[in-house]
Design a protein around this ligand. Structure first.
Ligand SMILES: [Zn+2]
Length: 363
């Protein structure tokens, strides 16, 4: 069991003598480089006087300063404002899937400084790849402050191995390691990159090799949100059908799971059969997601992951059909596609390693 709350964690390092207001302001400065004091006051729900005092304390302690910010994140900022000044510290995020491993190195603002995709040779046992990654990262040991490891819910063999991988990283790099579900990690990244103030609740649907996701609940902006993994792929849509990797039959993933869909697509030759395959996957997804929306009462839905060419054929239709749904309270559902791209789970894992995610059970 590793968590960012463990002793010696970066969160504790930042938290020493920090008040809740200071932590909130510091998180916002990291999250929105170039933010002004007035914007900070609004987002953190504090008076400008209080913000000015907090900023002075953060500057005195070398945690933040004011200057020109040219930001790698796509939030349209290129201006003079506040920024976290903890260069050259870096965090690493790794997202493991049965077919590939993605890894990123991010700075305090969550901006990606390095990214890489490694196709897994062993399909299930990525131990050797992970070990080599650990060895390569040992060169950066002095500047690394945390590692986040995103893993899928299935196959169980990855989950079983992840504790050993985390222990190796922790020993080799001497940093805290956070292990969490890929869907939850992608949701952390989505919340962090939300261009304006994130909504109080949203559901991130994560298309990896299977379908996962997480419900993000925001009590107050500027604090880490609570993140609850939701196994969307294993929502039942039928009492019959193919046996799923989870042991049940009739899960939506057996009809619309990205990896399975891509394999089936390759096996079909006629355009008509392929169209029928995509249509049945789309139907299954709408059916499953309407149940999830109903149970969780979410209005805002973001589709993330999104790197399966077969699925690209129906994102547009999926968004349109989700947009015609209503919550049990009669509110219209607001769906959109994530803009973060293929590395969302790896980025989110790195951010979770720095920030901590309250309420999330860390694997
Ligand atoms: Zn299942």
């Amino acid at each position: 069991m590793w968590s960012v709350w463990a002793s010696g964690s970066i969160y504790q390092f930042m938290s020493i003598n920090q008040t809740p207001g200071e932590r909130r302001v510091f998180r916002l400065i990291r999250q929105r480089p170039g933010i002004s004091r007035v914007e900070l006051a609004g987002a953190a729900a504090l008076s400008t006087g209080t913000v000015t005092q907090i900023v002075k304390r953060l500057r005195d302690r070398g945690l933040a300063d004011e200057g020109a910010v040219s930001e790698a994140r796509a939030v349209g900022r290129n201006r003079v404002g506040l920024r976290a000044c903890l260069e050259p510290d870096r965090m690493v995020g790794i997202s493991v899937r049965p077919d590939l491993i993605r890894y990123v190195v991010v700075d305090w603002s969550g901006a990606v400084r390095e990214e890489r995709t490694i196709a897994a040779q062993h399909l299930v046992d990525q131990g050797p790849v992970i070990d080599r990654l650990g060895q390569a990262l040992a060169d950066q040991r002095g500047t690394l402050r945390g590692v986040g490891l995103g893993i899928p819910e299935f196959p169980a063999v990855i989950r079983d191995q992840s504790a050993g991988w985390a222990e190796n990283f922790r020993r080799a790099l001497e940093v805290p390691v956070t292990v969490l579900n890929n869907g939850a990690a992608a949701a952390v990244a989505e919340e962090w990159r939300w261009v304006e103030e994130p909504p109080e609740r949203f559901l991130l649907v994560y298309f990896g090799s299977g379908i996962g996701g997480a419900l993000v609940h925001h009590r107050r902006f500027g604090r880490p949100p609570s993140v609850h993994p939701v196994e969307i792929g294993h929502v039942g849509i039928s009492l019959q059908g193919i046996r799923c990797i989870c042991g049940n039959v009739g899960c939506v993933e057996t009809v619309a799971g990205p990896a399975r869909l891509a394999r089936q697509w390759e096996g079909l030759e006629s355009a008509r059969e392929r169209a029928a395959l995509v249509e049945s996957a789309e139907e299954a997804l709408i059916y499953a997601l309407s149940s999830v929306i109903n149970v969780l009462q979410v209005e805002q839905i973001v589709l993330g992951g999104l790197n399966v060419p077969v699925l690209e054929r129906f994102y547009g239709t999926l968004i349109r059909r989700l947009g015609s749904l209503r919550t049990p309270r009669g509110a219209p559902v607001k769906p959109r596609l994530s803009q973060i791209g293929d590395y969302s789970a790896a980025i989110g894992a790195a951010l979770a390693a720095i920030d901590g995610v309250p309420d999330l059970e860390v694997v």
